[in-house]
Design a protein around this ligand. Sequence first.
Ligand SMILES: [Mg+2]
Length: 170
Amino acid sequence: MPFPLLADRTFRSVLDISPQWLAGEGIRLLLADLDNTLAPYGEEPDEAVRAWAGSLAAAGVDLFLLSNSRKPARPGRCAGVLGIPFLGHAGKPKTGGFFRAMERMGAAPAETAVVGDQIFTDILGGNRAGVRTLLVEPIRLAGNPGRYLRYAVEWPFRALSGHPGEEGRP
Ligand SMILES: [Mg+2]
């Protein structure tokens, strides 16, 4: 772990993370945050994200929903839409949820990555757990002033994590 608040790679959106690139990096389990990573707050993953999830499966990369959401039904419903396993109340940045997910999926930290939109939960937790960390831009900040504030606090760590890439996006 170089510095726990820096991501290994940054992307604008999960759609810019190509399944072939992940597989080529030796990643076979991708733990994904839900809110503002796979879908806006209160919404379900759209058709583009569903297609992306399908292309991950085809490339041999398991997608797993790792959500801090405390809404009882939401993570399960969104995981169902994508046809993937999930863990709610994940408690990121604590590492327990990361390790439970890896154990369930039979993957080691070296072959696991996490993708999320928040430095202080997704990226910090992923670095602590020893998995690859992929940071995306939040899908939508509107609707909650606290999200802008958090984004402002995260900004230096986003900047230091580098420019968004598009790894082999077709
Ligand atoms: Mg999020």
